[in-house]
Unconditional design. Sequence first.
Lengths: 115, 114
Amino acid sequence: AQSVAQPEDQVNVAEGNPLTVKCTYSVSGNPYLFWYVQYPNRGLQFLLKYITGDNLVKGSYGFEAEFNKSQTSFHLKKPSALVSDSALYFCAVRAAGSNDYKLSFGAGTTVTVRA
Amino acid sequence: NAGVMQNPRHLVRRRGQEARLRCSPMKGHSHVYWYRQLPEEGLKFMVYLQKENIIDESGMPKERFSAEFPKEGPSILRIQQVVRGDSAAYFCASSIRQGGTEAFFGQGTRLTVV
């Protein structure tokens, strides 16, 4: 079975400060890892993914995430948060391989960036 | 290239009515996945379809829920005799192949059962 944990329901930061959203996962074999963002009353927007290669992955809107196999983590980071980054963030995992397709999502972390 | 299109965006149904949710995948995508997002929860996998075939419906409730993806037209998620607990956001995703590393999500249909 595969699963994702996002230990923080909410993250609050001041604009201009670093932002970190935590994610840990469990999966059989190698993981494919994803971050999505959901703005109010909108769909899911893809931010970035880890498939293979460099552990540090860069994505949209200045976000990056670091894959740590030993800690089974894939934390999302942004060096300098913007008010417009306020949204709901989901981490997702699936097993690597062409026969796997089922994404498992965390419960989400609400990010609030105050001006 | 239009993204994944879902309609309606919002749907209100009275208890006992039927709900039909539509999903048109991205052009060239023949793999469709439905997910449900209950309040305060992440998305949960429901069903995976290819054209005219249900590949995996392990996440679908055993009763009242069905899905199809006909040769022509959108994928349909059908909920019969809706109950208040069906109120949720239903998201559709599509990919160009099974196991593709990117699944593109639609904007979702928010179903409210009154």
